[in-house]
Design a protein around this ligand. Structure first.
Ligand SMILES: NC(=O)c1ccc[n+]([C@@H]2O[C@H](COP(=O)([O-])OP(=O)(O)OC[C@H]3O[C@@H](n4cnc5c(N)ncnc54)[C@H](OP(=O)(O)O)[C@@H]3O)[C@@H](O)[C@H]2O)c1
Length: 261
């Protein structure tokens, strides 16, 4: 299928590994020029080198939870490309914790990481999208926005704020050629998932292999998703073809979410 986004400029957050890296690759395959960021400069540079074989890639190291870094990243992207057509908002996840384990500081950190990064990037890039009468915004969130997970109170709570912002914004810009959607990400094979399993093993004292098996029991597809599968969905939402899809939160989870709506 021709996605119709050859030459478009795409910003992908948290793109040195995992889901963000896979999304960057899918958008590069669709012919987009890329701006990518992550904190660790070496890993980011490695991703840049690999992606450069497919397209132009601007790589800006920085921490999306910090205002000064986000300001610098935005400035660097605008200096290089002037504007962004496709924004994929993504960072690492907040720490795994129950209601009883979190502190004021945890809430603030998670809010800065998940919500403020999404808001600041959107605020910086949306005016040009509106002026150009074309834009695509995709927020990578989590299945926790539809089905909370006990020990992920920070994710359960703050990602819903992104869904609320996305839906509200989508109403304001739908007639201006800009779509705004969220992905409710299910379990995919990345370092993040391995880290969560390790944390759970420490907390419960269960062997990691047992926890992995239990994990699959909760997923009707009985497997993890591949990052490339999620990336294909994002590339479609970012495409010309998806112009009538906006204000949604689309789950990709092998059937794990049990809500019927
Ligand atoms: N994988 C899953 O199954 C799954 C399921 C539901 C939700 N999610 C969510 O989806 C997101 C991505 O997950 P993933 O599995 O791809 O994670 P991952 O493998 O840990 O990759 C995270 C990427 O984001 C970068 N990053 C992390 N914190 C950052 C920050 N503050 N500023 C800029 N870049 C940052 C990382 O590089 P640096 O460390 O160098 O910054 C890396 O490139 C997370 O929020 C996660 O909670 C994942």
């Amino acid at each position: 299928m021709e996605l119709g986004i050859q030459g478009k400029i795409a910003f992908v957050g948290g793109a040195s590994q995992g889901l963000g890296r896979a999304v960057a690759e899918a958008l590069a395959d669709a012919g987009c020029r890329l701006a990518i960021c992550a904190r660790n400069p070496e890993r980011l540079q490695q991703a840049q080198q690999e992606l450069k074989q497919k397209t132009e890639v601007l790589a800006i190291p920085g921490d999306l939870s910090k205002k000064e870094d986000v300001d610098w990243i935005i400035q660097a992207v605008k200096a290089h490309y002037r504007h962004v057509d496709i924004l994929v908002s993504n960072t690492g996840g907040p720490r795994s914790a129950t209601f009883f384990e979190v502190t004021d500081e945890d809430w603030q950190q998670a809010f800065d990481l998940l919500f403020m990064s999404a808001w600041r990037l959107t605020r910086a890039f949306i005016d040009d999208m509106i002026e150009n009468r074309w834009g695509r915004i995709v927020y990578l969130t989590s299945l926790t926005v539809k089905q909370p997970i006990g020990h992920l109170i920070l994710s359960n709570s703050i990602r819903l704020a992104i869904v609320g912002m996305a839906k509200t914004l989508s109403n304001d810009v739908a007639d201006k050629g800009v779509t705004v959607n969220c992905i409710a990400t299910g379990m995919h094979r990345t370092d993040r998932i391995i880290d969560l399993l390790k944390a759970q093993a420490v907390r419960t004292g269960q062997p990691i292999e047992e926890l992995e098996k239990a994990f699959y029991q909760a997923i009707p597809a009985r497997r993890l998703g591949e990052p490339s599968e999620l990336a294909d969905l994002v590339a479609f939402l970012a495409s010309e073809r998806a112009g009538f899809i906006t204000g949604t939160t689309i789950q990709i989870d092998g059937g794990q979410i049990q809500f019927v709506l």
